[in-house]
Design a protein around this ligand. Sequence first.
Ligand SMILES: N[C@@H](CCC(=O)N[C@@H](CS)C(=O)NCC(=O)O)C(=O)O
Length: 244
Amino acid sequence: MLTLYTFLSLWNLPSISPACLELETWFRMAELPYNTVIITANDLELAPKGKIPFVDYQGQLIGDATLIIEMLEQAEGIDLDTNLTLTERAISLAFRRMLKENTYWGTIHIRYGLEENWQGYRDVLAHAFFPEAPLEASKPFVEEFRQTILSQFRGHGMGRHNYEDISQLICADFQALSDLLADKPFFLGNQPTTLDATAYASIGNFIKPPYGSSIVDYILRRSNLCQHYERMTQQFFSERLLNP
Ligand SMILES: N[C@@H](CCC(=O)N[C@@H](CS)C(=O)NCC(=O)O)C(=O)O
């Protein structure tokens, strides 16, 4: 009934795509049964918005994690934020938008923008898109994919800044997240809500890949954010701890 088209799991991350991991975490929080398809280059052609994640829900292909969550909230009568006040819901929406529309570009800067990291990430993408092909054969596709992503990065505006400015902008997001979390177990209290799924996916996709940057160092110094990542993994992906 529900199939999630997602990107591969690596580096102890359930998915190396923040949006895919956000959505899969939300499925688990909502206790929705689902199957997964780990996408390759061919599957991308199915994506209704040309991006991942997308889902097959009752025979219909739907793209975009935020819109999928909103559709499933309606269709399945799910509200993970039911105990939040209107003010908390507003804060949740603002932080989720920050993570997805601003902080996200920090992962692009680290993986695609920094040349030393791209050398490694290129092979990860080549293997993900063409698992059966030799690396050399996948290279032209992957290099073109990089150029597409870098042009989105510039189009957004973040890609026009230098290393120091990007770092300053993204670290400020993580300082705000750390301040919001403070010493609570979850961002808006004692129970996880939708914001925890989005934040979990973002934090993990910065701190788990083997790519250095001043942004990653900054997050690693915010122990409450790292502990939140571990808490969420323990609660929602405990089988991955046993089978990394
Ligand atoms: N707003 C979208 C963002 C999805 C997104 O940016 N997905 C990335 C991977 S994390 C992607 O598919 N990039 C490929 C591309 O842009 O061509 C969502 O939340 O689903």
